[in-house]
Design a protein around this ligand. Structure first.
Ligand SMILES: O=C(O)CNC(=O)[C@H](CS)NC(=O)CCC(=O)C(=O)O
Length: 325
């Protein structure tokens, strides 16, 4: 398989010396179970891939990227929504789905154990408990730690049912997906406290605010944005979520042509709490970008401009806005 690995942008990566990297690698070799939050430089890798309906090919591409990123010092790697596959039609999408106990998650579990890193699997087509009766799936963001254990499963709450005739966009996610019932409390990872969301969720700032209030230091939006909506909104939405919540934002994206009727925008991003882009991929091919998640930066931004303390929503408008709709 022809692999294009582009190490897109490389700004703000901590300048780890060769010596430090070697020490880190030998620690990994000794035992992945020794990996603790403190033994790992907080380097995140945001990936982008072009999933098709071939699950094995998709897995190989993701594996290649994760391995490369880990070699370059990443301790957590982020894969996009539909990292497992993108079906050509509804029936195929449903047919290819698996449970969390299936082959796909098993293979990723093994991978994280072998490499001693954490992964974010941005959108797994998950057969729910009611599959036998309703043949519906969840769009699930699964976090696996360096010991191969599932640490969290967030099921996408906002489904993308959108018709934009002028832009030739027509997708009805609810035709095969059950909306998730709840948001998850942010979880500790080697790079900071992660708030989990998926793709279209980025358009709902109340979700990002809720996650930030529960302690999120990093918001994650693994995505498969359409080219039309991505061109218009992608970067603006992600930077706005980072700026208003003063958190890091990591958004792994699908990129390029998946099949004759579907193409994705790409441009995977890592944004810091000031809104600066510190890691970026292009819009044409698979690859990854690395960035340091420096939580001191987050503290500085929040101290210097205490936006969260300045909120007056209870007093001004919280119980009032619906009557104006
Ligand atoms: O279909 C699958 O297999 C995986 N799921 C997706 O790709 C989802 C639902 S169709 N895509 C989006 O939410 C795009 C959102 C978007 O483009 C926007 O908000 O502008």
């Amino acid at each position: 398989m022809l692999l294009y690995i582009s190490r897109c942008c490389f700004r703000n990566v901590r300048s780890t010396t060769f010596h430090l990297k070697e020490i880190q690698k030998s620690v990994l070799r000794m035992s992945s179970s020794l990996m603790t939050t403190s033994s790992c430089n907080p380097i995140a890798a945001v990936c982008q891939v072009t999933s098709t309906a071939d699950k094995n090919v998709n897995f190989s591409l993701c594996q290649e990227l994760v391995q490369q990123a880990q070699k370059e010092g990443a301790c957590m790697v982020f894969l996009p929504e539909a990292f497992d596959y993108i079906g050509t039609n509804r029936e195929e999408t449903l047919q290819l789905s698996e449970t969390l106990e299936g082959d796909t998650i098993q293979r990723y579990s093994q991978m994280t154990r072998d490499l001693g890193i954490w992964v974010s699997l941005g959108g797994f087509h998950e057969r729910g408990h009611t599959w036998e009766t309703d043949r519906r799936i969840y769009n699930s963001h699964v976090i696996i730690n360096s010991e191969g254990s599932i640490m969290a499963v967030y099921r996408k709450c906002h489904l993308f049912d959108v018709e934009l005739p002028e832009k030739k966009v027509s997708l009805r996610e609810s035709a095969f997906t059950i909306p998730g019932p709840k948001i998850l409390e942010p979880l500790q990872s080697p790079i900071g406290k992660l708030g989990l969301a998926i793709c279209y969720d980025v358009r709902f700032p109340e979700l990002s605010l809720a996650l930030m209030r529960q302690g999120a230091e990093i918001l994650t939006y693994p995505s498969a944005f359409t080219v039309a909506t991505g061109t218009a909104h992608w970067e603006v939405l992600l930077r706005a979520r980072a700026i208003e919540t003063q958190t890091f934002v990591i958004a792994a994206a699908q990129v390029g042509r998946h099949n004759s009727s579907r193409t994705s925008y790409g441009h995977s991003l890592i944004v810091d709490p000031w809104g600066d882009i510190i890691g970026r991929c292009g819009g044409d091919k698979p690859g990854y970008a690395l960035a340091e998640i420096d939580l001191n930066k987050l503290r500085r931004v929040r101290t210097d401009m205490p936006v969260q303390k300045h909120r007056r929503e209870n007093e001004l408008y919280l119980n009032d806005w619906k009557q104006h709709l």
